[in-house]
Design a protein around this ligand. Structure first.
Ligand SMILES: [Zn+2]
Ligand SMILES: [Zn+2]
Length: 189
């Protein structure tokens, strides 16, 4: 039977006990990490809701296998109407963290590989902040839309068609382009 999960408000975990324990040892936590822990995480996006999810850590031979799942809310700009909106970004992380100190010998581990994001520091802190940041960046939509039915901006007058009704012709063509359209018609013929 698994014990009731402890809820944590941080992305930093002291894994000394887990590392000293037997192979296959497990730690599991409910996570509710407040915005204040994450609002400086990356300048390219604004976190507007807490990270809510869970983390599962498994002691392997020399490493800790981490699986974190959850979601958080990020403020985005709609690619159609250019309005700001909040989007829930789902996150699934699977990583293998390596200790920088050998707990048996106390020696500093020299060969840590080149990914500093998955190194457990000398105080035995496993920090998920950087892997979470990377996974948010990868999960952000390339062309976010505030709503699948967003009508976007009128290409003629620039009105937001979600909130305004303009009187531009649906198929009106900018006069600067009309010469081009004649050429295109010629090509078609
Ligand atoms: Zn929109
Ligand atoms: Zn218009």
């Amino acid at each position: 039977m698994s014990a009731q999960m402890v809820r944590l408000q941080s992305l930093q975990f002291n894994v000394a006990g887990l590392m000293k324990g037997p192979l296959g040892g497990v730690r599991e936590y409910d996570l509710r990490v407040p915005i204040s822990e994450m609002d400086q995480i990356d300048e390219s996006f604004d976190v507007t809701g807490p990270f809510i999810g869970s983390v599962h850590m498994l002691k392997a031979s020399d490493t800790v296998l981490v699986r974190m799942e959850g979601s958080l809310t990020v403020r985005l700009v709609c690619s159609r109407c250019l309005e700001l909106f909040d989007a829930e970004i789902p996150v699934v992380i699977e990583e293998e963290f390596r200790p920088s100190i050998n707990l048996v010998t106390g020696r500093v581990v020299r060969d840590l590989g080149d990914d500093a994001a998955v190194v457990i520091d000398e105080r035995h802190i496993l920090d998920l902040t950087e892997v979470l940041r990377q996974s948010i960046v990868l999960a952000l939509p390339v062309a976010p839309v505030c709503d699948p039915d967003c009508q976007g901006l009128c290409p003629v007058c620039g009105a937001n068609r979600n909130t305004e009704t303009c009187h531009c012709e649906a198929d009106s063509i900018d006069p600067r382009w009309s010469a081009l359209s004649v050429l295109l018609d010629d090509v078609k013929e």
